[in-house]
Write a protein that binds this ligand. Structure first.
Ligand SMILES: Nc1nc2c(c(=O)[nH]1)N[C@H]1C(S)=C(S)[C@@H](COP(=O)(O)O)O[C@H]1N2
Ligand SMILES: [Mo]
Length: 338
């Protein structure tokens, strides 16, 4: 399975993200260095001349595309939040690995059309080029999408992020991006696309990223509504009676229709001002605040167009909170010693 011109660097699971967590995410478009990085089995480096993508399975016209073929095809840009679902070994822990970026690439639908996808195809499987071990399983990184999502206009074989070619760590030269769905579905270093009539049977679509719910197993696909307080952070020098604002981001596969903020640990809630989204971007919310001295537990929660909200705890989209301590007059020096 090893390909020419391909090597793995830094094998094993790896995560990188900003030290200050969500409080670092102050800009509308997240700069590349502040976007989290995740890989299960290691990073891949593959040189452009040797890179290719095979399209096979239930298609009338199986194809092998080189990088130059993809570069010559029609491309589009799409703005989207990008969120990791968190550890598949702890699916109810909120990790808040999030950013907002502009992807550019070839719509997957164009490639599936050229490959003459069969009417019997109901799932599209995609695999990364790497191999290795994660949580005791040795496998390639294979994911699947139901055909309706695979054909949606926003699903791209991306060549660029924020106007720059994808770096090897980001999944370059080409990765799948599935806007609106959790990051796990956006296969990096994509090497093959297979049309099939059933879900993929590998570990990453069965054992991992498949939530157990009372009504059966639910794949980790569409992103549930979520919101975070970017500012203030516990370290901000706030003073009693000095007007400030509480602001942050809200996002989900479906547009967010309202955000509420609590200043008292969830006893009472106030409506924040909320901006609309572009494509599947995150949405800014804001609430003016004149803090009083003492300790304040700030929380936010949102609701989407379908009326779905956020649980208080025990979910990957559980409500975010920030504890703020404000002294009389001057900010407390002990604030950073949490
Ligand atoms: N080939 C491959 N693709 C992958 C992964 C992986 O381990 N291998 N991890 C997935 C997960 S869980 C996430 S959250 C995103 C992370 O993308 P990023 O590192 O560009 O932020 O890539 C996804 N695509
Ligand atoms: Mo992830």
């Amino acid at each position: 399975m090893q390909r020419m011109g391909l090597q793995m660097t830094k094998t094993g699971f790896s995560f990188r993200g900003p030290d200050e967590g969500v409080h670092a995410l102050k800009s509308w478009i997240t700069p590349e260095e502040d976007i989290f990085l995740v890989t299960h089995m290691g990073f891949v480096e593959v040189d452009s001349e040797h890179w290719y993508l095979d399209i096979d399975g239930l298609v009338g016209n199986p194809m092998r595309l080189r990088l130059t073929d993809l570069q010559a095809m029609p491309q589009r840009e799409y703005m989207s939040f990008h969120e990791c679902a968190g550890s598949p070994l702890a699916p109810t822990v909120a990790k808040r690995r999030i950013g907002n970026v502009v992807w550019k690439g070839v719509p997957l639908s164009i490639i599936l059309e050229r490959a003459k996808i069969g009417s019997d195809a109901s799932y599209i499987w995609t695999s990364g080029l790497e191999w290795g071990e994660y949580a005791g399983v040795e496998e390639t990184y294979q994911k699947d999408l139901p055909i309706e999502k695979a054909l949606a206009e926003e699903v791209l074989l991306a060549l660029e992020i924020n106007g720059r070619p994808l770096s090897p760590e980001r999944g370059g030269p080409v990765r799948l991006v599935v806007p609106g769905w959790y990051g796990t579905n956006s296969v990096k270093w994509v090497g093959s696309i297979t049309a099939a009539n059933r879900r993929a049977s590998g570990a990453y679509t069965t054992r991992f990223y498949n939530d157990a719910t009372p009504s059966g197993v639910k794949p980790v696909w569409s992103v549930a509504p979520e919101s975070v307080i970017v500012s203030p952070s516990p370290d901000d020098p706030l003073s009693a009676d000095m007007p400030t604002k509480i602001w942050g981001w809200a996002w989900g596969d479906h547009q967010i229709s309202s955000v509420e903020v609590s200043l008292d640990g969830g006893n009472s809630w106030q409506n924040a001002i909320l901006e609309p989204r572009e494509d599947r971007s995150w949405q800014r919310f804001e609430l003016p605040w004149i803090p009083t001295s003492g300790t304040h537990l700030l929380l936010c929660r949102c609701v989407d167009d379908l009326g779905q909200g956020q649980p208080r705890s025990n979910a990957r989209n559980a409500m975010h909170s920030v504890r703020i301590q404000i002294g009389d007059g001057a900010p407390l020096a002990s604030q950073s010693a949490r």
